[in-house]
Design a binder for this molecule. Structure first.
Ligand code: NAD
Ligand code: ZN
Length: 265
């Protein structure tokens, strides 16, 4: 983190004494693993669309092979990507410290592949596909899809029970977030001592709401982003840098401080 400001001592102390920590991640968390953001994912076949016109139930209904092909291409990108040092730092935190809840808007599985076990996917998961008609889960083949750069149309598979089309397991624009995920995310926010937002502009509900729940409950709020966000004023600490830079540095400094003060837990 050569160019970033030093990490404030007060933040290190808050982390050291925290019993419950929440990490709230968005697309920026996966950027350094090479997972394309929505805008980057609109290449080739899809470049004349915008994400709001592909990631909707109406788009899937109108042109299922266009939408399914886009998601298969994104799933390939995700499967080829590897967790980075920031993901590994969060897995290390879970192994050695406080109760950690990762609340992510990402539909990839990079937090899990790094080793985190308590991950709430607010916007679903690329792998959790299901039938549009009867909602039966559909098991995708285990091997990595081989999709050409630029993309292609692919007819979605059919449900074995009812013959309905299989759809991506993500929350599309216009759909509500699943309560079995949103409720525990809300509870974790209300109960945490430290809240760390990383790689999200945090403007859309519930992105905008959850950090405020944590703030009202008295948590220390930390923002990690290379760019300013409109919500920075709500945060106690703003670390200007990337996920792969700031997260390892933050927890390394916390560990160093712990080893200097062996009397404290
Ligand atoms: N990997 C995925 O699962 C994936 C990919 C594309 C989109 N999405 C989802 O689609 C929605 C909209 O996404 P979006 O792409 O507009 O992003 P977003 O609105 O969540 O904003 C991304 C933020 O990340 C910051 N950022 C960029 N690089 C970063 C880095 N290396 N480290 C830390 N922060 C960084 C940007 O400054 C920006 O504020 C969100 O729900 C998002 O999570 C998910
Ligand atoms: Zn079905």
């Amino acid at each position: 983190m050569a160019d970033a400001a030093p990490i404030p001592l007060g933040l290190i102390e808050s982390l050291r004494s925290a019993r419950r920590i929440c990490v709230f991640s968005g697309a920026g968390m996966s950027a350094e693993s090479g997972v394309p953001t929505f805008r980057d994912a609109l290449t080739g076949l899809w470049e004349r669309f915008d994400a709001e016109r592909l990631a909707t139930p109406e788009a899937f209904h109108r042109d299922p092979s266009l939408v399914w092909g886009w998601y298969e291409w994104r799933r390939m990108k995700m499967r080829l990507a590897q967790p980075h040092a920031g993901h590994r730092a969060l897995a290390g935190l879970e192994r050695r410290a406080a109760q950690l809840t990762v609340i992510t808007q990402n539909v990839d599985d990079l937090h899990e592949r790094a080793g985190n076990t308590n991950v709430l996917h607010l916007h679903g998961s690329l792998e959790a596909t299901r039938c549009v008609r009867c909602a039966a889960p559909f098991a995708l083949p285990a091997d990595i899809p081989q999709e050409p750069e630029g993309g292609r149309r692919i007819e979605p598979p059919r449900c074995a029970s009812c013959g309905g089309r299989v759809r991506p397991g993500v929350v599309w624009f216009g759909e509500s977030l699943p309560m079995p995920i949103l409720q525990p995310a809300h509870d974790a926010a209300a109960a945490c001592d430290v809240w760390i937002t990383v790689g999200t502009s945090g403007l859309v509900y519930p992105a905008a709401e959850l950090p405020l729940v944590a703030a009202r409950a008295g948590a220390t709020l930390v923002q990690i982003n290379p760019l300013p966000t409109p919500l920075d004023a709500h945060y106690d600490h703003v670390l200007s840098g990337t996920a792969a830079q700031c997260l390892p540095e933050l927890f390394a400094q916390e560990r160093d401080r712990a080893s200097l003060q062996p009397g404290r837990s």
